[in-house]
Design a protein around this ligand. Structure first.
Ligand SMILES: *[C@@H]1O[C@H](CO)[C@@H](O)[C@H](O)[C@H]1NC(C)=O
Ligand SMILES: *[C@@H]1O[C@H](CO)[C@@H](O)[C@H](O)[C@H]1NC(C)=O
Length: 217
C-alpha cells in the first residue's frame, strides 16, 4: 500500500515536472528584437536571416516588437532580411500600427518607405491614420497622408479661433468708436443749443429796447 502510494506520488511528480526548455533560436531572436540588441539579432539570424519571421503564440513577430520598442536599427535589419512587413497580431496589429500607437515616427517612416500596408486595421477597426490622429501624433498623420483632412481640421479650428479673436477685437473697436461719435455729437448739440439760447436772449433784449424806444417817442 505504502509502496503504491509512493509510486503514485512519484508518477504524479514526473508528470508535472518542470523541464527547463531551451528557447528556440526564433524565440531568442524575438527577445533580442524586443530589447533592441542588434548584435544579438544578427548573431541569431546567423547572417542569413534565419528565423526572422518566427511568431509567438499570439502572432507577434520580431518586427512587431522592434517597432514597438523604437529599435530602428533592428527594424532596418529585419526589413533587409525580408521580414513579413504586414503580418498581423492576434488583434490585427501590424508593425506599423505598433509604431504608430507609440508615436515612433522614424520607425513608422522606415516601414512606410518599405511598403507597409496603410489600410490594414486592428480588430477594433482602426487604421494607422486613425490611431495617429486619435493620439495626436500629427507628424505621423502627415507622414501617412500629407493631405489628411484630420490635420486640416485642426488647422481649420486654429484659423477659426484666430478669426473669432479678430472679429471680437473689430467689434470692440467699432463699439468704442460709436460711443466716441455719440459723445462728440451730444457735446456739439449741447453747445449749439446753448448758443441759440444766447441768440434768443440777445434778440429779446433788442426787441425790448425797441419797445422802450417806441414808448419814449
Ligand atoms: C546583446 O546580446 C549579447 C549576447 O546575449 C550580450 O553579450 C550583449 O551584452 C547584449 N548587448 C546589449 C547592449 O544588451
Ligand atoms: C496566427 O496567424 C495564423 C495565420 O498566419 C492564423 O491561422 C492563426 O489563427 C493566428 N493565430 C492567432 C492567435 O491569431
Amino acid at each position: 500500500m505504502g509502496t503504491l502510494a509512493t509510486v503514485s506520488v512519484l508518477i504524479l511528480l514526473w508528470t508535472i515536472r518542470v523541464v527547463p526548455t531551451e528557447a528556440s533560436s526564433g524565440q531568442k531572436l524575438y527577445e533580442a528584437s524586443r530589447v533592441g540588441n542588434l548584435t544579438e539579432v544578427k548573431r541569431l539570424s546567423e547572417g542569413t536571416c534565419e528565423h526572422v519571421n518566427w511568431k509567438q503564440g499570439n502572432n507577434y513577430t520580431s518586427l512587431h516588437l522592434a517597432a514597438e520598442g523604437d529599435h530602428i536599427e533592428v527594424v532596418k535589419y529585419l526589413l533587409a532580411c525580408n521580414a513579413n512587413i504586414d503580418i498581423q497580431s492576434y488583434i490585427g496589429e501590424t508593425a506599423l500600427i505598433m509604431a504608430t500607437e507609440k508615436g515612433h515616427f522614424n520607425v513608422a517612416k522606415e516601414l512606410i518607405e518599405n511598403g507597409a500596408n496603410l489600410w490594414l486595421k486592428t480588430d477594433a477597426g482602426d487604421t494607422p491614420l486613425v490611431l495617429a490622429s486619435r493620439k495626436g501624433f500629427t507628424d505621423i498623420v502627415q507622414l501617412i497622408n500629407p493631405y489628411s483632412t484630420i490635420v486640416n481640421t485642426t488647422a481649420k479650428i486654429h484659423t477659426l479661433f484666430v478669426l473669432m479673436i479678430i472679429f471680437a477685437v473689430t467689434v470692440f473697436i467699432l463699439v468704442l468708436s460709436l460711443i466716441g461719435v455719440c459723445l462728440y455729437f451730444r457735446y456739439k448739440l449741447r453747445s449749439l443749443q446753448l448758443s441759440s439760447q444766447q441768440h434768443a436772449l440777445a434778440f429779446n433784449n433788442d426787441e425790448n429796447q425797441e419797445v422802450v424806444h417806441i414808448y419814449e417817442n
